[in-house]
Ligand binder design. Sequence first.
Ligand code: NAP
Ligand code: SF4
Length: 542
Amino acid sequence: MSDALILETIGDYAHTARLAQLAGYDGIEIMGSEGYLLNQFICPRVNQRQDRWGGPVENRMRFPVEIVKAVREAVGPNFIICYRLSLIDLVPGGNTWDEIVTIAKALEAAGVTILNTGIGWHEARVPTIATQVPRAAFRSVTARIGKEVGIPVMASNRINTPEVCEDIVASGDADLISMARPLLADPDFVNKTAAGIPEAINTCIGCNQGCLDLAFSNKRVTCLVNPRAGYETELVYPKVRKAKKIAVIGGGMAGLTAATVAAGRGHDVTLFEAAADIGGQFNMAANVPGKEEFQETIRFYRHELVRTGVKVQLNARVSHDTLANFDEVVIATGVKPRIPRFPGIDHPKVLSYPQVLRGEVEVGHSVAVIGSGGIGVDTCAYLLEEHNQSVETWASHWGIDFTVSEPGGLTAPERRHAQRDITLLQRKPGQKKMGAGPGKTTGWAHKALLGQYGVKMLAECEYLKVDDLGLHVRIGENETRILDVDHVILCAGQESVTDLIPRDKDGKITDKRYHVIGGAKFAGELDARRAIREGAELAASL
Ligand code: NAP
Ligand code: SF4
């Protein structure tokens, strides 16, 4: 295996390429996809010019082709020019397959060394990289372009494990694989693959919550599953001189991170988990169709627990006596569902979201979901979607035509057949954002999915009671309605589990050995990114 250092560029191409060459890079990647400038010239969607730079494809592709020629002239014959070509624009007014082939051949003739695969403009209303996109969903378009050109082609998008990479290359669908987020999740992805320990890889789960959601909010990019990403010089795990005896209570994301980081530093760590298995809330998340990837994080931690030598005690309810002999105690006991107060909350129609997401109950045909946060949205998806959808089924629902016979590769989406009649409710006014959940870059896709299944949304609700007739609700000031449903599912947020924290009457922790992290510390805006970061930061400081 040999390495090549490639710089991605979106402007001033020939100059940047020459500077990159002088700086010791082996090549550059020209970003010609995702709706950036070169993609805009290529597509009739944006390029409305009537001169020699617009009109037929031969004119529209002139700009990128001239750029590639200029770059080649600037860097000579041996420098790698990788061009990321949008193979399927996924927007109205995108190119057709015949046009893409014409462009690819012209780029090759102009001096491109490798053709990378771009999928979808940022404006596309089809998910292209989110968790719900099946792994390597777009490999077939890379395989098709590979048959049209004589240069190597590179596959991209939702390729996150060595096994998938291997399968794509071995099958001949692509010569190379392009990955970005998986290397944020685990910078040692390649080393662990080469060492034959893929089970040790911290897999990118496609959540976007630590990377793109933050990038598009002008915040520092990191990674939900790897808190050191972007914090490599600040969050360090030095080996300890004197090992402490540390108890971690709770085997969810916060506790698992605290335990494995502390043990990795050399501490003597015991993890106590009340349930029969580790994983906490991630076990429920992994049960949601389209979130199967979350299982990979649990698999990673299973490996980390063994690698770092954490002693794990499952089905273990600990008491203060058990903790008396430890030097430090980490409370990561997480959350329990918030139970709202209204008459009929004990009615058999009322279910909690853990009962549903753990598959403990048979849910009826008509359902009201109370609470439209991330878990309310997930619960709807759980009740409506199929697990592990095939690429073909998934693509047909989003209207993706991999043959790109129509401009942009868009076709009429296949209608979804809802197995259940669901109403999602919240107390806040404002229906517009309902059903999106918390993800900045993925919320629109969640909302679209619920829309495709005909989920009804009701905002500004007051829950009056549940009885045999269903859920009685006041909407706005004047309207009252009875939702005649089989079940009412409570997704009304969480409360911290704090039983084990020794506090005085003012709420101050009375034993300085105790540290509280994750949902046990603050349930309000609990998310896995904060839980994992808190676990890592605490363990780095002990
Ligand atoms: P959440 O986002 O806080 O939502 C709770 C919902 O319950 C809100 O819609 C709230 O809206 C409602 N609610 C709150 N108190 C209520 C009460 N007393 N009675 C009735 N309704 C009440 O919490 P969550 O959905 O449980 O999610 C928990 C955390 O997990 C979140 O921080 C979220 O980021 C994370 N999560 C993320 C994802 C993801 O895909 N990124 C998925 C799942 C969970 P009203 O007050 O308007 O009724
Ligand atoms: Fe992948 Fe999520 Fe990390 Fe982004 S934040 S790199 S999507 S695991």
